[in-house]
Ligand binder design. Structure first.
Ligand code: HEM
Length: 417
């Protein structure tokens, strides 16, 4: 008997976060769910889905009861060949800090936070601005253009790879590896695809190991070298392998998230041109528009945990080892925290309460950088293209995974075109 059958937990047999209906519009699915069942079991993925703000926050704040271990667990069980390739490539079941619990988590988070200081982020501002200028300068605005491939993807990828210290010639390869990683851990690949993704992820890990070894003898002014300096102080406290794991965290977390954040902000502002016009007239509204998007349409809509012991959540008795699908996007639509949650309102007061960056000991280390990049790009876009509009009639598509969501392409036109 499946564990949820012991607990009297409601079951939604047709809830499938990888179905075309869900990928296209998860918020319509959310609105159709009975509100009196804020925790339910979804057999399609084998997870308990948690929708209420208070429950999700309580889980995130309680690492004693809830483990981060499933954060990067392949959603579909791996075929043995794929699992062996990953293990052989040095990949661990809990491959980096976001899926580790203390004290292993603290070992990685502390040096990362030391090397990734607010000062280092602030220093990136001139580079972010000049990168945005370069990206915008080459766009031909006489015709409609596609914003994801020209701006929202290349900007964060450029910033995080150069920050970490990845040589520019390797950036396309890194981007490709990150795509394999997203598909394997958060999607539903076929057995053949799993083997293909696993082979690429093993190559990705081994590349980072070689990079750490190379940087060790040729330090530069970058994040990898800053971690190596921390290693020098006490090599046992932070090993080369652990540095590789931290780079594995940042090279992935640092771009797809921000790409989707920017795409979602631009989409939501342009959906109602009056919103875009308001931001053009008053650029001070940009940070609020970003925060409101993080609540209304977050780029990381789902994060995961597992119970370490039997516990009651909402009205449901969860057994030990229950896997939880924390629906962060649903928490942003909880009307006990955000009045009229289905309304996108750039003047909203409560946006800072959003759980879009998580909460507690795993709170996103890149939140300031992601928001800085989004603000600077929005300032530049509203300045360059005050009459920007969406190309009418386009159908948006979304990558088939549970945890990273934003338009794959966004066609726009500068109004004169
Ligand atoms: C801009 C949009 C972003 C969003 C919405 C986002 C969201 C998240 C979420 C939901 C978590 C998990 C938090 C938890 O378990 O409580 C997380 C963790 C993390 N994020 Fe982000 N993130 C973003 C950007 C970034 C960037 C730009 C970086 C790096 C430069 C980054 C690095 C990390 C790292 C290293 C962790 C793991 C922290 C830990 O386990 O202690 N993120 N992020």
């Amino acid at each position: 008997m499946a564990s949820h059958e012991h607990s009297g937990c409601p079951v939604h047999a047709d809830f499938d976060p990888l179905s075309p209906k869900f990928l296209e519009d998860p918020f319509t699915v959310l609105a159709s769910l009975p509100r009196e069942r804020p925790v339910f079991y979804a057999p399609s993925i084998g997870y308990y889905v948690v929708t209420r703000y208070a429950d999700i926050k309580a889980v995130l704040l309680d690492p004693e009861t809830y483990s981060a271990s499933p954060a990067q667990l392949p959603l579909a069980e791996l075929v043995p060949d794929a699992a062996l390739i990953l293990l052989g490539g040095g990949h661990r079941p809990q491959p980096s800090m976001v899926s580790l619990d203390p004290p292993a988590h603290t070992r990685l988070r502390s040096p990362t936070a030391r090397a990734f200081t607010p000062g280092r982020v602030a220093q990136m501002e001139p580079r972010i601005r000049s990168t945005i200028d370069q990206l915008l300068d080459v766009i031909d605005t006489s015709a409609p253009f596609e914003l994801v491939s020209t701006v929202t993807f290349p900007l964060p990828a450029t910033m995080i790879f150069s920050f970490v210290g990845i040589p520019e010639r390797d950036w396309p390869q890194l981007k490709e590896w990150c795509g394999h990683r997203a598909a394997l851990a958060w999607g539903r690949p076929s057995p053949e695809e799993q083997v293909h993704h696993a082979t690429n992820m093993a190559a990705y890990r081994s590349y980072l190991g070689a990079l750490v070894a190379a940087k060790d003898t040729a330090r530069e002014d970058d994040f990898a070298s800053a971690l190596l300096e921390i290693h020098d102080e006490d090599p046992k406290a932070l090993t080369h392998e652990e540095i590789g794991s931290i780079l594995y965290s940042l090279t992935f977390a640092g771009h797809e998230t921000t790409n989707y954040l920017i795409g979602n902000v631009v989409r939501r502002l342009l959906e109602d041109p009056a919103r875009w016009d308001a931001v053009v007239a008053d650029p001070q509204l940009i940070p609020r528009a970003i925060d409101e998007t993080l609540r209304y349409d977050p780029p990381v809509p789902v994060w995961r945990r597992a119970t370490k012991r039997p516990v009651k959540l909402g009205d449901v008795d969860l057994p030990e080892g229950a896997k939880l699908f924390l629906w962060l996007a649903a928490s942003g639509r909880d009307d006990s925290v955000f009045p009229e949650p289905a309304t996108f309102d750039i003047h909203r007061a409560e946006t800072s309460k959003s759980l879009a960056f998580g909460f507690g000991i795993h709170y996103c280390l890149g939140a300031a950088l992601g928001k800085l990049e989004a603000r600077l790009v929005l300032e530049a876009l509203t300045d360059h293209f005050p009459r920007l509009r969406l190309v009418e009639g386009q159908e948006l598509s979304f990558h088939p995974n549970i945890s990273f969501r934003g338009p794959q392409a966004l066609w726009v036109r500068a109004a004169s075109s």
